[in-house]
Design a protein around this ligand. Structure first.
Ligand SMILES: [Zn+2]
Length: 463
């Protein structure tokens, strides 16, 4: 039996409802019917999810064609957003399909000889009008080049808004993250009274308090993974949630790490003085649309049928004495039941990333990367210069991915080698908190880089 974590109402057949732990609008797949009663579910959906998803729509919209479909509702074909122009002016835009189209007509003077005009529909009249005004104000030269754009061509400009703009960390954004963290904690059987930083039980409210801080990679391994994952992560982009406790000298803290679209990465402090048991739990979901290749079954040779059976997980030892028609039908049924798997687990991501990066790292260490092909060069280009200690710590991280339970350390601590070849573990939340106050530009730069990578992916033509 379960109770709504917000109003404490018993959940029955009458008020049961399915809650998306990561909102459906963000293509989240993890659901539970044991979290909220239907009334609270729709209340929180209206109060938080709708606006929270809206923040992301400026780039989920261009991504839509590449993402697996949502549970319900069509993908909107349009979304509103803003880009920052060269002059610092903000331009309202619409994201349609893979295009970024200005919503309103607007111009900017680049210099006395160059003017850019943005408009949704081409209009010679407006061009002449702008030229006349600017000449009258003596802002341009007579022969100035007036360039017209019906589309924003540089997707990196679109990225600028999201990371530079202030709306990023507004209260709705914090509420949205807190709601995901609370949902995930209760889903993992944490008592909802034990989440005071994110959930006010008395007032039945998700909070927008200052209990959230951004992730930034500090260990060499995370640096390499994070900057190359748009190239090496199978199913990129993905969502990750990690619920974990961490012991400090005098108390235990309960955290939820939230990573949306492999890009927006935050720690949510759920409880500064958590008395419950130690917990480590990861949810990982890829978002890129997967297509399952159709296999030609009928007419295949007996040998090929064995291989197909193997691929489909059908035991071919039962084929003895069966007619071909029966075997075909059995294999066709198995093929129909095959569904894309979007929740393969974080281990498969990290192990394949390790495999992809291992040869690169070794050759980088020996300064022999020219031996690698074009595909690898793309990855090498995004990896920062590594010191000797960095190589050692990366190899040590590879080792623990292979031998330890990933949920007990991933994004929780990192390994750092010293010059004397000794190494230490550092707590991520702890080190980031230390940094946060004195080097905010580091967070901005990292956030911008990640967003740019996602924008490039969203706007690229590859399916
Ligand atoms: Zn309720």
């Amino acid at each position: 039996m379960s109770f709504c974590f917000l109003c404490e109402e018993k959940i029955t057949a009458k008020n049961v409802s399915e809650e998306h732990i990561i909102p459906n609008g963000l293509h989240g797949r993890l659901k539970s019917s044991d979290l909220l009663c239907s009334e609270c579910n729709s209340k929180l959906g209206e109060d938080i999810d709708a606006e929270f998803c809206e923040i992301f729509s400026c780039f989920t919209s261009p991504l839509n064609k590449k993402l697996a479909s949502k549970d319900r509702g069509n993908n909107p074909s349009k979304a509103e957003g803003r880009v920052l122009l060269e002059s610092g002016k903000e331009l309202k835009v619409t994201f349609q399909e893979n295009k970024i189209i200005p919503s309103k007509t607007c111009y900017e003077v680049i210099n006395r000889d160059e003017v850019h005009i943005y408009f949704p529909k081409k209009s010679e009249g407006y061009k002449n009008h702008v030229k006349r005004i600017l000449l009258e104000k003596n802002q341009i030269n007579e022969g100035a080049d007036i360039k017209c754009f019906a589309e924003i061509e540089n997707p990196e400009q679109a990225g600028l808004f999201f990371s530079e703009g202030k709306p990023l960390f507004n209260s709705i954004f914090r509420k949205g993250l807190n709601k995901i963290a609370v949902d995930f904690a209760v889903h993992n059987e944490i008592d909802s009274n034990e989440l005071p930083n994110a959930l006010n039980k008395e007032e039945q409210k998700i909070l927008s308090a200052d209990n959230i801080f951004p992730f930034v990679p500090l260990g060499a391994f995370d640096f390499v993974i994070e900057l190359s994952r748009f190239k090496i992560e199978y199913g990129y982009p993905s969502h990750t949630l990690i619920l974990f406790t961490e012991n400090f000298t005098d108390r235990q803290v309960l955290f939820c790490y939230i990573d949306l679209f492999s890009t927006f990465q935050y720690y949510v402090v759920l409880n500064d003085d958590y008395k419950g048991e130690e917990i480590n739990n990861i949810y990982y979901q890829t978002l890129r649309k997967q297509t399952i290749p159709e296999i030609e079954i009928r007419g295949s040779s007996p040998k090929d049928l064995m291989i197909i059976a193997n691929d489909l997980g059908v035991d071919h030892r039962n084929f003895g004495g069966k007619s071909y028609e029966e075997i075909y039908r059995r294999l066709e049924n198995a093929q129909k039941q095959r569904k894309p798997n979007y929740t393969q687990g974080i281990a498969s991501f990290l192990q394949s990333a390790t495999q992809a990066l291992f040869p690169i790292i070794l050759l980088m260490k020996g300064n022999k990367t020219e031996q690698l092909g074009d595909h690898y060069q793309n990855i090498i280009n995004v990896i920062p210069k590594l010191e000797n200690e960095d190589f050692l710590s990366i190899l040590q991280e590879f080792r623990r991915i292979d031998s330890e339970e990933i949920s007990t350390f991933y994004k929780q601590n990192y390994i750092e080698y010293k010059e004397d070849k000794s190494f230490e573990f550092y707590s991520y939340p702890d080190k980031i908190k230390e940094l946060e106050s004195d080097d905010f530009s580091m967070f901005q730069q990292y956030g911008f880089l990640k967003f740019t990578q996602l924008s490039i992916f969203a706007n690229s033509n590859s399916e």
